[in-house]
Design a protein around this ligand. Structure first.
Ligand code: SAH
Length: 395
């Protein structure tokens, strides 16, 4: 520990750390004592030299990602402790031993005390996604801890960080198999079957965070005509059919997504004529659907990845929701989501409120949705709460 680089913060810039917020921005740093090497562990001090925390250093807007507010070493035991803690939470949630669900998030970055690290579990395959150099430097140790924690429950490990790690010298292997070489596999979610391709798919292969909301769609689908907009793998559509929808239409602008949807329909409901999929743009499609659907799901990609495009994103949510609210049949149910981290729950609600006012429909909120417990949020780091949803009844 003695040879760690010391970072002293400017006066007052220690406040957020004292409230356990896990990021230090570069502007908060007063002085760095020692070499500032990317991805190395540094100690953080206030400007009166009181030790506060240690974390991974990186040249960038977020300069330090805190690993611990208690003194200690970052050795094999450290990783083992954090990783097995995260596993135990998923055991408590019933996900590890569930007979009908074998896909879940094992490590959710700050929410599991490991900023920069995402690990998803797909029926024995573990997909690691890294967002920081510090995590990348520890890839081998992390892999060992994942294996020793899950034992026989892991047979394949795929590292997939080509789109998430920053461009830095010395990062050579951004993606690849660390164990086994299976690039796709079938998973079960609430008893439904999905073919997940972790190598080619978006994110780590599947939108695990919508699991409970898909179940809710199943419960609301009986006898309804359902439109699943931005369908991707068709997850919501499968559940809607399972919940006895009278018809289900999936729309996505990507032809590949539509192929995936069709594949999943065949896997779960072979030959079922109630489903159709369309490779179309959302706005174009929704122009011609007046009163055609009783349940609409809007799960668009993140409109705002950064704070500076927030206003455009809010306008985007308003426009999208307004069209859906204008077109949905009387008595319809709208499931509407935002996965933009930069959009707060309050701002999202206001956009949908403005959309309802413009559409001149009476709207009530039935459910307020968030991310599931295998995507935990540190109470000190609300930026980790990215998924927001509303279920609305439209008179
Ligand atoms: N609901 C999905 C996840 C949606 S991801 C699930 O539960 O798995 C967002 C999807 O929106 C992507 O598949 C992307 O291809 C699609 N998309 C992006 N822009 C679009 C547009 N303008 N019209 C239709 N689909 C779009």
């Amino acid at each position: 520990m003695a040879d760690r680089t010391r970072i002293v913060l400017k006066s007052g810039k220690d406040q957020s750390l004292r409230r356990f917020h896990p990021w230090i921005f570069s502007g908060a740093i007063k002085k760095i004592y020692g070499p500032a090497r990317e991805g190395e562990v540094v100690d953080l001090y206030d400007n009166k030299d009181e030790w506060l925390a240690f974390g991974h250093y990186q040249d960038g807007s977020i300069a330090v990602r805190v690993l611990s507010f208690d003194q200690g070493e970052v050795d094999a035991q450290f990783w083992e402790g954090k990783i097995s803690n995260a596993w135990r939470l998923r055991e408590k949630l019933g996900l590890v031993s569930s007979p009908d669900t074998n896909v879940f998030r094992w490590i959710n970055a700050e929410g599991d005390g490991l900023p920069g690290l995402i690990v998803d579990y797909y029926a024995g395959t573990v997909v690691i996604q890294m967002h920081s150099i510090g995590m990348y430097r520890n890839l081998e140790t992390i892999k060992e801890s994942l294996m020793s924690t899950a034992g026989a429950k892991v047979h394949t490990i795929y590292h997939k960080s080509e789109s998430t790690l920053p461009e830095k010298p010395g990062i050579t292997e951004r993606s690849g198999f660390l164990l086994g070489d299976q690039d796709r596999g079938e998973v079960l979610e609430h008893g439904y079957r999905f073919n997940v391709n972790w190598k080619e798919g978006q994110k780590t292969g599947f939108f695990i965070d919508q699991r409970d909301h898909r179940k809710l769609v199943e419960q609301w689908s009986d006898g309804r005509r359902v439109l699943n907009m931005f369908g991707y793998t068709g997850g919501f559509s499968v559940y809607a059919l399972g919940g006895n929808a009278s018809l289900v239409h999936t729309v996505d602008s990507s032809g590949k997504a539509i192929d995936l949807t069709r594949e999943h329909m065949e896997l779960n409901f072979p030959g079922d004529p109630r489903h159709e999929a369309f490779a179309r743009d959302a706005f174009g499609f929704m122009k011609e659907i007046k009163d055609k659907y009783d349940l609409i799901i809007l799960d668009p990609p993140a409109f705002a990845k950064h704070q500076n495009v927030l206003n455009n994103a809010l306008q985007g949510y308003k426009r999208l929701n307004q069209v859906a609210l204008e077109q949905i049949a009387p008595g319809g149910i709208l499931f509407t989501f935002s996965c933009s981290q930069a959009v707060s729950r309050e701002n999202f609600r206001k956009s949908v409120f403005a959309a309802a006012a413009n559409a001149r429909r009476r709207v009530r909120i039935l459910h307020q949705l968030s991310q599931p417990p295998d995507h935990p949020v540190s109470i000190f780091h609300l930026e980790g709460e990215y998924l927001k949803g509303l279920v609305l009844e439209v008179e």
